[in-house]
Design a protein around this ligand. Structure first.
Ligand SMILES: Nc1ncnc2c1ncn2[C@@H]1O[C@H](COP(=O)(O)OP(=O)(O)OP(=O)(O)O)[C@@H](O)[C@H]1O
Ligand SMILES: [Mg+2]
Length: 503
């Protein structure tokens, strides 16, 4: 087919001699939604960075409308009609939304000055189209991850694109926002735009995409219509083997209460939240974006000040003024925003894993770091989580997104907590890494740890948790357990409406 809108021919890419993409021949036709899936580190983002000008291929060529093109940078890609919504945010924190949307391609007045009103207006229109209430003047630094994701999408939509690439756009979004995004993608396709959609949520890919390409270790191992493949078959092609049941058996918690929240109030954020966590329990925390799940975790860690209520650990009141106090008290937190507060991308794998726990490796009289025990420990995580890295000193920014997430999880358990709070623990990780993370958390609770499990993916909440607390607009909306633990029941509490009433 010579008339593909976008085509790559024999693309190879290596980083320092390590081949990441090998002989990639990909075609994107007009008006199609193409899904690209593959395990963490398979090369998905790298390939997309090549077609959007962020990386140059080591060899091979890119063709648009059958003609070879050179894509020097992302502005060059934009000129060719190729826009990328990147996996990791690329926003400037202290600039307002509209500035970010038009960064590098600012709208100008006739006299050559920045046309702020026009940029503000256009940004407002785009945000409205996405169905989100974000002020174009708002600064990015105060925004939630979901809002930042919407701003990234706006940025890509601000220019006439012919190919819109979305690299895991829904990892930060909840069901409601995902629906809006899917509707929009459908409309864009109708208007003739092609969409490349990368996701680890295989059911989404099946529902949304016309065709799916599977990458494994830098090569295309499957290319076919989504109608002709099931989500399970997709998963098997990704990992190259049969897959067993995804969720490990649930642990039976003990009666002992390890941690308790009593009447927690943070003005404007949380209102009268109470719950108890038992030993060996996984307690789910569900709700829509903005329901207060992350805010509750941040309050436990002392990042937000409560004005009433108390947290109780092993029977005594907990005094936590900052995250370090929480660590001392045996509470650890895996942040939802790994780039913002979870990890330091400029540092090595080792440095990140032992970021908080470093003191534990300074056992000698002189308090020197015991490098060899540190290395052994980190190597252990790399092996048991299958973290894909050439060596332990590799900088985190050079690991794929899902592998960064695994490092972040290793870091949060390296402090040996007895209460582990995980916030979107499997964000951006592939199916087999999900298995590993689920198994790991299940092993930890079996060993006596208790876990608060925050997730927007109801499937994993149901598959992992013993009980689920649902929050709505900062308030307790319901506790779901036993027979009642279904997606419908959780959504009912989260939205306040039953599904049939909503449609
Ligand atoms: N700048 C870089 N320097 C060195 N290695 C890199 C660089 N960028 C990517 N890599 C390596 O290339 C491989 C592919 O990474 P890529 O980000 O494309 O994976 P991915 O398929 O998008 O994975 P994920 O699902 O985790 O996002 C990884 O092993 C990664 O460590
Ligand atoms: Mg990626």
């Amino acid at each position: 087919m010579g008339d593909a809108l976008l085509r790559t021919e024999g693309i190879y890419k290596d980083f320092g001699g390590v081949a990441v993409l090998k002989d990639i021949n990909l075609e994107v036709n007009s008006g199609e939604i193409l899904g690209i899936i593959g395990e963490n580190g398979a090369g998905k983002s790298t390939l997309m960075k090549i077609v959007s000008g962020i990386y140059q291929p080591s060899s091979g060529r890119v063709l648009v409308d059958g003609k070879q093109v050179r894509i020097p940078d992302s502005i060059g890609a934009r000129r060719l009609g190729i826009s990328l919504v990147p996996q990791e945010f690329n926003l400037i924190r202290d600039l307002p939304v509209y500035n970010n949307v038009f960064l590098g391609s600012e709208l100008l007045t006739k006299s050559g000055l920045l046309n702020k009103p026009a940029m503000r207006k256009r940004t407002g229109e785009l945000l409205a189209r996405l169905g989100v209430s974000i002020d174009p003047e708002a600064r990015v630094e105060v925004m939630s991850s979901a809002e930042k994701q919407m701003v990234e999408i706006c940025k890509a939509l601000a220019f006439e694109s012919r190919v819109l690439i979305m690299d895991e756009p829904t990892t930060m979004l909840t069901k409601y926002e995902i629906e809006i995004l899917f509707r929009l993608v459908g409309e864009l396709r109708k208007s003739g735009m092609s969409i490349i959609y990368i996701s680890h949520k295989l059911k989404e890919v099946k529902a949304l995409c016309d065709r799916v390409v599977v990458l494994r270790d830098g090569t295309i191992v499957h290319d076919g219509l989504t109608a002709e493949i099931t989500a399970l078959e997709m998963a098997q092609k990704m990992v190259g083997r049969e897959l067993g049941s995804i969720f490990p058996p649930k642990n039976k918690p003990e009666d002992e209460i390890v941690f308790e929240a009593r009447g927690i109030k943070v003005p404007g954020v949380l209102e009268d939240i109470s719950f108890a966590l038992r030993k060996g329990e996984i307690l789910g925390l569900a709700g829509l974006v903005g329901a207060g799940r992350t805010e509750l975790a941040e309050t436990i860690l002392g990042l937000r000040k409560k004005t009433s209520g108390e947290f109780i650990k092993h029977g005594s009141t907990l005094v936590v003024n900052e995250p370090a106090d929480a660590v001392t008290a045996g509470i650890s937190y895996l942040s939802e925003d790994r780039q913002g507060s979870g990890i330091l991308t400029g540092f090595s794998v080792t440095r990140n894993v032992t970021l908080v726990s470093l003191g534990d490796y300074c056992k000698s009289f002189l308090r020197l770091i015991d490098k060899s025990s540190e290395r052994t420990k980190v190597q252990g995580y790399v092996e048991s989580f299958h973290i894909k890295t050439d060596n332990l000193e590799k900088r985190l920014e050079n690991l794929s997104g899902g592998n960064q997430q695994k490092v972040s999880l290793a870091k949060s358990i390296d402090t040996a907590p007895d209460v582990l709070i995980v916030d979107e623990p499997t964000r951006g990780v592939d199916v087999s890494a999900k298995h590993e993370i689920y198994r790991l958390i299940a092993d930890l609770v079996k060993g006596g740890i208790s876990c608060i499990f925050i997730s927007s993916e109801l499937e994993e909440i149901l598959g992992m948790c013993n009980r689920v607390i649902v929050l709505r607009e900062g308030k307790f909306a319901g506790l779901v357990e036993g027979e009642a633990m279904t997606e419908e029941e959780i959504m009912f509490h989260a939205t306040g409406v039953h599904e049939e009433e909503a449609s």
